[in-house]
Design a protein around this ligand. Sequence first.
Ligand SMILES: *[C@@H]1O[C@H](CO)[C@@H](O)[C@H](O)[C@H]1NC(C)=O
Length: 334
Amino acid sequence: MTSMWALRILSRFLAMVGTIPRRKDGTVHRKLADLFEWVISANPQRADGVVAFDVVVDAETGIWVRVFVPAQGMGGDSSELNPKADEMMPVIVYYHGGGFVFMKPNVTLYDQFCRRLAGKCSAVVVSVHYRRAPEHKCPTAYNDCYAVLEWLNSEKAEAILPANVDLSRVYLAGDSAGGNIAHHVAILAAGKDLSPLTLRGLVLIQPFFGGEERTAAELQMKDPLIVSLELLDWYWKAYLPPDSNRDHPASNVFGPYSRDISNVAIPPVLVIVGGLDPLQEWQMKYVKEMVTIGKKVEVCFFEDGVHMFGQLKQIEIAEQMLIDIASFLENREE
Ligand SMILES: *[C@@H]1O[C@H](CO)[C@@H](O)[C@H](O)[C@H]1NC(C)=O
């Protein structure tokens, strides 16, 4: 029960974070939002078997990444990285949630989550800071996140990343808006030659998809934890181009205006769905449509999963989600 209490308090707090900095005219009071986004600097010391450091990808746009590397041996900082040198490590490029509007990789919640993800998957996690809405609307987030894939292939990245990163095993992962981004970045990447970088899979954790239609879950969940319908609608307004609605192909990926992606090479997808998440039916629709056009998709359904449950270490099933993600990766490596 304690964890339910902790969850309710946290949920109220997150609801405040998502509400107070929003202005009526659709803009965000950034300074105020920053106050709520408790940040932490990258910890170069080994903590839970992982070291972290920040790298600027593009000074002009402000894109930067926080890199998490599983390391072994005594202490050491990132300058004397001692990664698990005997094995090559896959890379998980991670896009955080926050409705395309809030959060960044150095928010404590995401820093800790990516550290756990790196440890559990024995993977280098590259957590991306992309430009956010409403200051930067669709498709800026997609393009920024795609740019990080090109950067991963560059000599600049090679000089900074540990020698045993295996670019032939790259996964795109993200939660909520970040899950939406992972899907769209995979489509951007499909037409390009990124070799040696190869996408092996997508991990969409409670991805933020939507549409004009109202699903039963959206209508029936009167007071869902973490995200209200009003907040979700506001996020879409903030992110989608002016004069568009939630049927825009960015949000309604299998909607009336979306393009046919049956011939687009999308790697196998894992979708995490929560039974207490108002977005669950959009996610299940995504799964169904992807399967219909012949894509490989797996689902992990958590009946007690509220939106964002996997990022909240207070919730017991969050650990199971990490285990499921790790085994999805393992199964892709055979
Ligand atoms: C966190 O990220 C923001 C936005 O990029 C940056 O301005 C700030 O300096 C960072 N703070 C820490 C402690 O990493």
